[in-house]
Design a binder for this molecule. Structure first.
Ligand SMILES: NC(=O)c1ccc[n+]([C@@H]2O[C@H](COP(=O)([O-])OP(=O)(O)OC[C@H]3O[C@@H](n4cnc5c(N)ncnc54)[C@H](O)[C@@H]3O)[C@@H](O)[C@H]2O)c1
Length: 335
């Protein structure tokens, strides 16, 4: 029996990285079928199918799911329609991989969690940084050979981000810092730095918080700086881990990791030579999703594991200030 995959949304991100990740998984995993893809723009669906080896293409997702009876569905539509499309997939009891953000606000993610629970349909959210080889290596070091993590610092720097809602990108930093800390946020304080002449939606943001483990997290988000970069530092007593996740500069294609003890660098890692979709973690997250569904395991991060990140994204979009205390909000949020 073949594992049948259907895809909804054949736009930019699907073409840039998902297509090659799906093709590579299908080639390396026997009995996998890239069954059909769908886009309301029929031309896009056809071109995507031809380029990345999907057998058939549709412009109506319900017709596709009726006819093709997939084992799993990948949803890569715009954030504003993600909840509607994912609800339709989950309502059929089908496992779903959905791109971030998993809902535009807490209500939307809670609606999705409710359907997924009722229909017993597993989910995985596309927080691809978790599956970057560099971040996977970082987590291994932190788990194996590190003092208790005292502090995680994460910087997300961009240039000329004129999109009206940067929160849907900023959620990557919120999730990545939590992933490094390996513990859900307990409470987080949001502050903004005003930039004269620049719309409030693009002001710098700082999130300072504490995880349930006691680890402190500082996240700095700056959408209007001079280049693209994402980096982190993690500190325990006597030990530090530094990572350059993206950049500096859009065309930089090497990520770096340094493990320091007592002012000596005792280990380095570089992801030079990896393809874009592997480096960005898209190959890894897609393979992890398919493997989990095929073996009856729970994929991660599930919708439930993303509630606190969505809550912070929504607060940031609304420019809320002050402290969000998740225990007071009674948010049940596993990692
Ligand atoms: N993980 C990352 O780093 C990253 C980067 C970029 C984008 N994304 C995410 O990927 C997703 C897609 O982004 P994009 O830039 O490719 O957007 P896009 O607008 O280029 O593509 C979305 C596609 O979905 C199609 N679509 C919309 N509703 C549909 C429906 N009901 N049925 C079938 N097709 C439908 C549109 O026609 C369009 O072709 C978003 O959720 C975005 O947040 C993630």
């Amino acid at each position: 029996m073949c594992f049948k995959i259907c895809l909804i949304g054949c736009g930019d991100f699907a073409v840039q990285v998902h297509g090659s990740a799906h093709l590579s998984y299908a080639r390396s995993h026997p009995r996998t079928e890239l069954t059909a893809c769908c886009d309301i723009d029929a031309g896009r669906a056809k071109a995507f199918a031809e380029r990345f080896g999907y057998s058939r293409h549709y412009s109506d997702m319900e017709a596709m799911m009726d006819r093709e009876r997939p084992d799993a569905v990948v949803v890569l539509v715009m954030p504003q329609v993600t909840t509607k499309v994912v609800s339709a997939v989950l309502s059929r009891g089908l496992p779903v991989f959905l791109e971030k953000p998993p809902g535009m606000n807490l209500k939307e993610i809670d609606d999705l969690i409710a359907i997924s629970t009722t229909r017993m349909a597993p989910s995985q959210v596309g927080f691809n940084r978790r599956y970057m080889p560099l971040m996977q290596r970082a987590r291994k070091i932190l788990e194996a050979d590190f003092a208790p993590i005292q502090q995680v610092n994460y910087n997300m720097i961009r240039y000329e981000r004129n999109d009206p809602d940067f929160s849907i990108t900023a959620i990557h930093a919120i999730d990545a810092a939590m992933f490094l800390a390996d513990s859900p946020y307990r409470r987080v304080r949001l502050d903004y730095e005003a930039l004269e002449g620049i719309d409030v939606s693009r002001w710098n943001v700082s999130l300072r918080g504490e995880c349930e483990s006691g680890t402190f997290v500082n996240i700095h988000i700056q959408p209007m700086a001079g280049y693209l970069s994402e980096s982190f530092s993690v500190h325990g007593v006597g030990v530090s881990l530094l990572g350059e996740v993206l950049g500096p500069g859009l065309t930089a294609n090497v990520g770096r990791l340094e493990h320091w003890v007592a002012d000596k660098c005792i280990g380095e890692y570089s992801d030079a030579g990896l393809t874009k979709s592997v480096r960005r973690g898209v190959d890894g997250e897609f393979a992890a999703f398919c493997d989990a569904i095929r073996s009856g395991k729970t994929p991660t991060p599930s919708l439930e594991q993303c509630r606190r990140q969505v809550c912070l994204m929504e607060a940031l979009r609304k420019r809320e200030t002050g402290v969000i205390d998740f225990s007071a909000l009674e948010l049940s949020a596993p990692r």
